[in-house]
Write a protein that binds this ligand. Structure first.
Ligand SMILES: Cc1ncc(COP(=O)(O)O)c(C=O)c1O
Length: 395
């Protein structure tokens, strides 16, 4: 049977997180494992109204085949928002609407990577990117991230291998929650400039800042080399699968070919609906509501960690997004902690799947967007118990 499958699909495992999520079906289980936006903030009624209006105004047109680039009105909206929020000037023709930013990753890899091409990736890095890029069989060059961003010396070494691209989530990274400081961004841009390496800036969480001040996109430093990925998943709804890629026109042309070959175009109807929603609702007010809630939940989680966890457990202090990253003192394995945690009916994601190489790590990801404060307190207390039990076993 194995002979049926391509080398590229045989080598890529199923998403570990999707496997973990099966455990969370148990109603007693407290889950810090998910990566979901909080459904409490899905604007269901507003989207229902938008659907009705789109049907009333557009009739069958909104159900017809459409162009591959995506609705021009939606691309204009995105370009305007880049200008007003980040001061980035883009032509709408530099934007391609995709089935979530996840599809953009696949299209970029399809259009640029040959087997064995070097690709810089953060370590730990976004699991979905590891999976999407792995299908095109690159040679990953993992570079560590710490509280300030990527390790600049490690990046300098990796650049010497002439990578085709660097994939980064510089704002509230998944899985660690960290953001690159302005200084690290400048240094990264200095290293990447003129190297022939594309910089893929994946930014699904940038709008979800609940603390601190915004930092410049890599586009400001490297406009000709940066590809921007964006998404409506975390600020409106993920189920519409609406994201985008913005790139220099010569690159976008190739992404368009990959898009046409893949699925012709992104769903026409949902593009009209989101546009209608965006025109008739206060998106900034909506984002602020989400940020306030996630900020409170993040604070509650950090407070509970400081109260409950042994003092030698390190955790990141995100200023936005949906995740934080814990680390037990070595050499305890987060997989061993996972088993202890499941016994106490609490789950998280162990660190291992966020690495492109086989590692044993004591790090783990905690999600705070989908759990309210009382559940956070209970779950962190259970997790603290699991940590203490594991540490006792190790003695
Ligand atoms: C860093 C990162 N990139 C991309 C995605 C995929 O987002 P989308 O729903 O736009 O495909 C996610 C989803 O969790 C993510 O965390």
């Amino acid at each position: 049977m194995d002979a049926l499958f391509s080398d590229r699909i045989r080598d890529v495992p199923r998403s570990f997180i999707r496997e973990i999520l099966k455990v969370t079906m148990d109603r007693q289980m407290i889950s810090f494992a998910g990566g979901l936006p909080n459904r409490q903030f899905f604007p269901v009624q507003q989207l229902q109204k938008a659907c009705e209006r789109v049907f009333a105004v557009r009739g069958g047109d909104c159900l017809q085949y459409s162009n591959s680039e995506g609705l021009i009105e939606l691309r204009r909206y995105i370009a305007r928002r880049y200008k007003t929020v980040q001061g980035i000037s883009l032509d709408p023709d530099q934007i391609l609407i995709t089935n979530g930013s996840q599809q953009a990753l696949d299209l970029i890899a399809k259009a640029t990577l040959n087997d064995g091409d070097p690709v810089i990736i953060e370590e730990p890095g976004y699991l979905g990117a590891i999976q999407a890029l792995s299908l095109y069989r690159p040679a990953f060059l993992p570079v560590a991230v710490d509280d300030e961003g990527i390790d600049v010396q490690g990046l300098a070494n990796a650049i010497n291998s002439r990578p085709k691209m660097m994939y980064t989530v510089p704002n509230f990274q998944n899985p660690s929650g960290i953001s690159y400081s302005q200084e690290v961004r400048k240094q990264v841009a200095g290293l990447v400039a003129g190297s022939g390496c594309l910089l893929i800036e994946d930014d699904p969480y940038g709008a979800l800042r609940f603390k601190g001040t915004p930092v410049d996109s890599f586009f400001h430093f490297l406009p000709g080399q940066t590809i921007l990925l964006g998404s409506f998943s975390k600020i409106v709804v993920p189920g519409f699968r609406l994201g985008w890629v913005a790139a220099p026109e010569t690159i976008l042309e190739k992404l368009l070919v990959a898009k046409q070959a893949s699925d012709l175009h992104t769903c026409n109807f949902t593009q009209y609906v989101i546009l209608e929603y965006l025109h008739n609702n206060d998106i900034d007010g909506h984002i602020k509501t989400i940020c306030d809630a996630y900020g409170n939940q993040c604070r509650a989680m950090i407070d509970a960690i400081e109260r409950e966890f042994p003092a030698d457990v390190h955790c990141t202090r995100p200023e936005g997004g949906m995740f934080l990253w814990g680390k037990l003192p070595e050499p305890v394995s987060s997989l061993a902690l996972f088993d202890k945690a499941v016994e106490r009916k609490v789950v998280f994601v162990p660190g291992e799947p966020f690495y492109t190489r086989k590692v044993r790590t004591s790090a783990f990801r905690l999600n705070f967007s989908c759990v309210d404060e009382s559940v956070i307190n209970d779950g962190i207390a259970r997790l603290a118990e699991a940590i203490r039990s594991l540490q006792l076993d190790q003695r």
